[in-house]
Design a protein around this ligand. Sequence first.
Ligand SMILES: Nc1ncnc2c1ncn2[C@@H]1O[C@H](COP(=O)(O)OP(=O)(O)O)[C@@H](O)[C@H]1O
Ligand SMILES: [Mg+2]
Length: 400
Amino acid sequence: MYLRHLSLTNFRSYARLELPMPEGTVLLCGPNAQGKTSLLEAIYYLATGRSPWTTSDRQLLNWRAESEILPFIRISAELCSRRSALTRLEITIYKASENGGFCKEIRINGAKKRVLDLMGNLNVVMFLPQDLALVEGSPVDRRRYLNVVLAQTDPNYAAALQRFDRVLTQRNALLRQIAERRATTRELAYWDDQFVQAGSILVASRQRLLRDLEQLAADIHRQLTNGAERLALHYLPGFAPAARENGQLAHHAPSLELQHPLTPSEIEARLRSALAESLREEVVRGVTLIGPQRDELRFSINGRDLGLYGSRGQARTAILALKLAELAWMREVIQDEPVLLLDEFIAELDAERRAFLLERIQGASQALLTTTEPEIFTPAFLQKALVWQVRSGQITPFHS
Ligand SMILES: Nc1ncnc2c1ncn2[C@@H]1O[C@H](COP(=O)(O)OP(=O)(O)O)[C@@H](O)[C@H]1O
Ligand SMILES: [Mg+2]
C-alpha cells in the first residue's frame, strides 16, 4: 500500500500542505526543526488515530492557529492498497466550543466513522531511534509497542484495549471506594467479569504475536550475528500479583511457553484466580495489581536476559531484528506492504546494520526516511530513492 496524496492543515509547523506522493523510497533531507518528523507523525496518526509522542492533540495544532476561536487540524490522505484501489482517510481534530477540549472526527471515503474503524486501513511500520532503547526502557514502552502493532492490524484488539482501559479505571476507582468503606467487594463482580473478558483478548493476542515475532526475529537475528547468537522473546503476563514494575525481570513470574500457547479459557481462568488471590492487597492499596496492564516482554540472547546482561550493541541488534520481524509479520497479516516510516533511524546504526536494513526495505511499496545527513547513504541507494528537501515546512525535490 502507499499514500498517493497527503494534505495537512494546521498540523504542527504545516499551516497548509498539499503533497502528491510517489511510490518507492523517498529520503526527506534537511537541517533540524524543519518539519521532517512532523510529516511522519501525521502519517502515523492516520494509521493509529494518535501521535507516537503525545496524547494531547492540542500540541499538534499549528501555533498560528491557536488564536482562532474554533481552531482545527486536518490530516487527510488518499491511500492505494491491494484491498481497495482508493481510500480517502480524513481526520479532523477540532474545538467544538470555545472552552472545551479537542474532539476528533474520522471520515473514510467521506462517511463519518469511529476511531476504531480507522484502524486497519493504513498500516505503517515506524522505525524510531527510541525503539533502539526498547530493551533498556521501561515495561510501559514494551507494552505500548505491542499495543501499537496489534491495534493497527486487529480491530478486535483495538476495541478490547479501549474497553480494558475503561474497565481498569472503573475497577481502580471502586477499589479505592472499598478501601474507604464506601462500597463493598461484592460490587467488584461485574467489573471483574469485564476485566477478564477484555483482558484475556489482550493476553491471547500478545501471546500469538510474540510467538510469530520470536520466530521471525530469531531468524533475522541469526543472520545479523552470523549465527553466533540466539535471540528469544519471553512473554511474562501480569498474572502474578508481585510482578515488579522497575524494568527488571520478575524471576518469580514465569514466562509463557510461546510454542504452547494458553487457550482462551486457560487465560480467563488464570486471570480470575489471580484476581481472587490479590483481592486483599488490592483493597488495601486501592489499585488493580494483576492483569495485562502489568505484562512484561523480555529478550534473551543465548539464554541470558538481554536487559540485565547484554551490551548496548547487542540490545540494538535485537531491536533491529524485532523491527524487521514486525515488518515481515505485518506483510503476512495484511497481505500487503505496509508504509515504512524511518525517522533518523539509519543514522543510529553502524555501516553493517545500515546496509542490512536498507536492503530489507527495498521491496516496500512506499518508504519515507528522514535524515539530516544524506551523505551517510550510499550512492547506489540515493540513485534509487527520490530525495526531497524539507525547509520550514516547504517540501521540494532536491537537485544536487
Ligand atoms: N504545534 C506546532 N505548531 C508550530 N510549530 C510546531 C508545533 N509543534 C512543533 N513545532 C515546530 O516544528 C518544527 C519542526 O519539527 P520537526 O518536524 O520535529 O522537525 P525535524 O524533524 O525536521 O527536525 C520545530 O521547530 C518545532 O518547534
Ligand atoms: Mg526530526
